[in-house]
Design a protein around this ligand. Structure first.
Ligand code: NOJ
Length: 593
């Protein structure tokens, strides 16, 4: 902790001297002997339900994934993270697990999973699973036993009698806490005569991490899948693992109102100081890291990684990395490129803020990572604008550390439109036909586009579980592989460049905003070519930039290596760094030789 608190003022002073910033972590990394596989990895998120359907039921499955692992190999992916594949009633599409030790039948069997791991090993692709520690499904046998107060399971979940309203004499929920999908976070159970806590849907009861048996059970889950050959875990919804404990009278305190109002039903939003970002949660992540490290020590093989889902403030998020005396998660996800533009608009300035907010707060010696989308967000191409698809794929690949691609980002897939009748996401179903589009996550979960054929080659079913996005005939693997220049080919060139370039893996990082709408990044390493990323993130105006204003050491001529889809420049040609014109949306990767 102390280490990064001291580092921030120093780096901020550097930033204040000019627009550029230096990523010291990347620079000092060059002194180390070698990098571990995950430190420069290209992670690829598969949403199994929408990736590839092998048995014609309209739902993606494990054999479908196995059949397309060569596609991932071809992309240059290091590790694929599968969103949950475990037994589930699918209220929250697998994030409600009824058996943590088995596969959802519509996705396949344990043998199918073993075949997937075997094929992935043959191709040199690592498989990472989604670990959902905060809650189970209400159909999980643990919950049923807990409802029945069976011995050993009485406190597996967070139960409470509720509080008596002195004026009405009626029993009410224990506190005013709200669930993420609207409504109270407490649900009454007649059989047990108590309320249980659920920070997500009613059908997703929160496990009680103050019960050591729960902590052990979940470590068992981790070890079970490590035994099946997985390379690590993406850990779901980690900041909400612990809540405050009841007070001396046994009552839970209420959250204060946040001052923000839900404009749909005028309900006041609450702060979430009592139900997330507690210190106990950080310690639990450290304990999981010990499970990973012990496993590797005993069984050998490559590092097993922990990726943590957290949208918390930087001071909390950064603690997940660990500190001087303890190792934490390898990578707490960096969602800044999603959250900063969401609050301040998409611009070169907000992109710089997003980069600053990670690189200037990350503890020294840790590894950065970059994420532009996932199954909970609108698609990157729709959020940033289709014109900036390549610019953003280039950016995450040029910045230091690991990057994460959500399936379809390599194709420039955009949001599908889903009618109220077709809506499946509980976050939307808990609203109404007028407002659901503000909450729905379905548009980024539509089936993957393999071809221009029926159902985009995703499935042979007459109907897919979610409708396809309309533009699948032009944006798909088949068309983009055959085209002379496409998002897919740009993406592949980027991955190949990063895999082969010492500069991109080890080099120092400098970045700035130029001419208000251009974001520029330079990566450099002594004895290797430098790379420059330059992107016009503006809407309509062409600009000419003078790159020597950004970095005087750049040569006057730079070689164009990779260009965005509409760029009319020529690859492998030389361009003047002191008068580089950029059309709106144009993004380039250039090198010093
Ligand atoms: C985060 C997951 O990404 C999201 O899809 C899910 O609904 C919640 N956690 C609850 O598990």
């Amino acid at each position: 902790m102390q280490r990064f608190q001291l580092l921030i003022p120093l780096l901020c002073c550097l930033a204040a001297l000019g627009l550029a910033c230096q990523d010291t972590a990347a620079t000092t990394g060059a002194a180390a002997a070698s990098k571990d596989w995950w430190e420069t990895a290209q992670f690829y998120q598969i949403y199994p339900r929408s990736f590839k359907d092998s048995n014609g039921d309209g739902i993606g499955d494990l054999n479908g994934i196995t059949s397309e692992l060569e596609y991932l190999k071809d992309l240059g992916v290091t590790a694929a993270w599968l969103s949950p594949i475990f037994k589930s009633p699918m209220v929250d599409f697998g994030y409600d697990i009824s058996d943590f030790y088995d596969i959802q039948p519509e996705y396949g069997t344990l043998d199918d999973f073993r075949a997937l791991i075997k094929r992935a090993n043959e191709l040199g692709i690592k498989i990472i699973l989604d670990f959902v520690p905060n809650h189970s499904s209400d159909e999980n046998v643990w919950f049923k036993k807990s409802v029945a107060r069976e011995r050993g399971y009485e406190d597996y979940y967070v139960w409470h009698d509720g509080r008596l309203n002195s004026s009405t004499g009626k029993r009410e929920p224990p506190s005013n806490w709200l669930q993420a999908f609207r409504g109270s976070a407490w649900q009454w159970v007649e059989e047990r005569q108590q309320y249980y806590l659920h920070q997500f849907a009613v059908q997703q009861p929160d496990l009680n991490y103050r019960n050591p048996a729960v902590v052990e059970q979940m470590k068992r889950v981790l070890r079970y899948w490590l035994n099946e050959g997985v390379a690590g875990f993406r850990c779901d919804a980690v900041p909400v693992l612990f809540e405050v404990q009841p007070d001396a009278q046994g009552q839970y305190p209420d959250e204060e109102v946040s001052g923000l109002t839900d404009d749909v039903d005028n309900r006041s939003y609450l702060k979430s100081e009592l139900i997330e970002n507690l210190p106990e949660t950080i310690d639990m992540a450290y304990q999981w890291r010990t499970v990973m490290d012990d496993y590797q020590r005993i069984h050998g093989g490559d590092t097993r990684v922990l990726l943590i889902e957290t949208y918390a403030p930087p001071a909390y998020t950064m603690q997940f990395y660990g500190n001087r005396s303890v190792e934490g998660a390898h990578l707490p996800f960096n969602f800044n490129l999603i959250t900063v533009p969401a609050s301040s608009g998409f611009s070169a300035k907000s992109v710089k803020t997003a980069v600053d907010n990670w690189l200037l707060t990350m503890p020294a010696g840790r590894v950065a990572n970059w994420v532009i989308g996932n199954h909970d967000q609108r698609r990157a191409a729709s959020r940033y604008g289709v014109a900036h698809t390549d610019a953003m794929n280039m950016l995450v690949m040029l910045l230091p550390g690991a990057s994460v691609t959500y399936q379809g980002e390599e194709l420039g897939m955009t949001d599908g439109w889903i009618s109220w009748a077709d809506t499946k996401d509980p976050a939307a179903c808990n609203s109404n036909s007028e407002t659901y589009e503000q909450f729905t996550r379905d548009p980024s979960r539509t089936p993957f586009h393999w071809s221009s054929g029926a159902n985009a080659g995703f499935s042979t079913a007459s109907q897919t579980w979610l409708p396809l996005a309309e533009n699948y005939k032009t944006l798909n693997v088949e068309v983009e592989s055959a085209a002379a220049h496409s998002h897919l080919q740009i993406y592949k060139s980027l991955v190949a460049l990063r895999r082969s370039s010492k500069t991109l893996q080890w080099g120092a990082t400098k970045y700035a905003v130029l001419n208000e709408q251009v974001f520029v990044v330079k990566r450099s390493l002594a004895g290797s070519p430098s790379f420059v990323y330059v992107a016009n993130l503006g809407e309509s105006a062409a600009v000419t930039v003078n790159l020597s204003e950004f970095d005087k050491s750049l040569p006057s001529l730079l070689t164009l290596r990779i260009r965005s889809i509409d760029s009319s420049k020529a690859e492998n040609s030389l361009y003047e760094s002191n008068g580089l014109s950029l059309a709106a949306g144009e993004a380039l990767v250039l090198s010093s030789n």
